[in-house]
Design a protein around this ligand. Structure first.
Ligand code: EPU
Length: 424
């Protein structure tokens, strides 16, 4: 049965966006950093924490474990010293896959952990074998039973450092093993480690608390285990995917948009793709500006790959752009097997998209038309908003809980740039 009370987003095509915005703290950095507070032996203060549903889920999980959590606007103080539970139940994990991030910290700090196995999700099957293999390499015993991972050390002693090479680049997998290794006995060497900026932000936070990590930002980390971590303070990095989303919004509407207080280095692959569309890009120390240079955007060819290459989390937004660019674009998705669900919704707005395995072939059309669409996942919801901004007529998007998981105040920010977008 349909309820009329479910919130929806109404988007009207309203011409070029103009002005400047600032992105919030990064979702994919704050989640591992919140989990890392489990390792501390004193309170940790985090600044620039975005207001997101996923942050609420993870702080609820920390509270459920016994931590004290105080949230005051964008500052969150976590006191992990009262943690008295090592079980993350299915009720909480099912709300957010990233809850698996408490596994490494719990087993490292307490010698045991029980975490519900996250299932597959809308964008793919998403196994966690690397998380488990890495913990086993650090001497944890792993058992899978009744849908839970049971990880423990013999006699609840510390984990033991080791040499471990990831079979593939995994972001949260790397984060779990880094968090486990910082309190392990001896040295851990991690190879083929994810180099995403969010992994770097986590490492920098851990170092502030006393962790010894060398090679931060490279694929090879050398971690010398310490007995304990102190408390401390950390400011969460700006959300590079949010930054990229606003840049695409500027480009698609032939507007002039500057995103301030960001790290342009994180935007290199996005900027390269934007330049390929023919728009102008200006880069400063801490801002990126996009502005129109041609009367028509050009087709693009992109392929998602681990950082510093083109991010899978920007793929849907560029697909939205490609639907109205001149010519034939191709997008190859190599990270997740099922991350093209936005294509169907964009097609309902008139887009011409053909999917062949891991490739989407998009033939640009003159104009999309507003439609009722459903957000199928977080980045799909961003893509549909972008499409709505340039469509003829009104677009109404439901399932917007996906949006609230990862975009802090996107309607407000886009409205400040001149978009016509409201929640009903
Ligand atoms: N994989 C395995 N085994 C593992 C781990 C990963 O086979 O043990 C595979 C995955 O199935 C996938 C690939 O490796 O095909 C990469 O997955 P990864 O582990 O890197 O993804 P993740 O850590 O689960 C994070 C972000 C995602 C982002 C991906 C890729 C967080 C909380 N999530 O997921 O963010 O798309 O990295 O960059 O950091 C989003 O924000 O919308 C989002 C989905």
């Amino acid at each position: 049965m349909h309820s009329n009370n479910v919130p929806k987003l109404v988007i009207e095509g309203n011409g070029p966006l103009k002005g400047s915005v600032v992105a919030s703290g990064a979702k994919n950095a704050v989640l591992p950093i919140l989990a890392a507070t489990i390792l501390a032996s004193e309170p940790v203060t985090l600044h620039n924490v975005p207001k997101l549903q996923d942050v609420i889920v993870l702080t609820d999980l920390l509270k459920d474990l016994g931590a004290k959590v105080e949230i005051n606007e964008n500052t969150v103080v976590i006191d992990p010293t009262s943690i008295n539970k090592i079980r993350a139940s299915h009720d909480l994990v099912k709300l957010m896959r990233a809850s698996i991030l408490v596994l490494g910290p719990l087993v490292s700090k307490f010698g045991e952990a029980e975490v519900s196995l996250p299932g597959g999700c809308a964008i793919g099957s998403r196994p966690v074998d690397q998380h488990l293999k890495g913990l086993e390499a650090l001497s944890a015993n792993i058992e899978l039973k009744n849908g839970y991972v049971y990880a423990s050390t013999t006699d609840k002693t510390r984990l033991k450092g080791n040499h471990f090479t990831f079979d593939m680049i995994t972001v949260t997998g790397a984060e779990n093993i880094i968090m486990a290794a910082v309190l392990s006995e001896g040295q851990t060497i991690l190879e083929n480690t994810a180099q995403e900026p969010e992994v770097v932000d986590l490492c920098e936070m851990l170092v502030k608390l006393g962790a010894k990590i060398q090679g931060i930002g490279t694929a090879r980390l050398v971690i010398d285990g310490v007995d304990k971590l102190s408390g401390g303070e950390h400011t969460i990095m700006p959300d590079r995917i949010e930054v990229g989303t606003y840049l695409v919004a500027g480009a698609m509407t032939y507007g002039d948009v500057t995103v301030n207080q960001c790290n342009p280095i994180h935007q290199e692959a996005t900027i390269e793709a934007l330049l390929e569309t023919g728009c102008g890009v200006e880069v400063g120390d801490d801002f990126v500006r996009v502005y129109p240079k041609a009367t028509k955007l050009k087709a693009i060819d992109i392929k998602t790959q681990p950082y510093p290459k083109f991010a899978t989390d920007m793929q849907a937004q560029f697909m939205a752009l490609a639907t109205v660019a001149e010519g034939k674009s191709t997008i190859i998705e190599t990270i997740f097997e099922n991350r093209f669900m936005h294509a169907n919704e964009l097609s309902r707005m008139g887009a011409n998209i053909r999917i062949e395995d891991h490739m989407a072939i998009i033939t640009g059309i003159e104009k999309l038309s507003g439609a009722e669409v459903s957000a199928t996942d977080l980045r799909a919801s961003a893509a549909l908003i972008l499409a709505g901004l340039v469509a003829e007529g009104t677009t109404i998007m439901d399932q917007i809980f996906h949006l609230d998981r990862g975009y802090d105040g996107i309607e407000k920010k886009l409205t400040s740039l001149g978009a016509k977008i409201k929640r009903i």
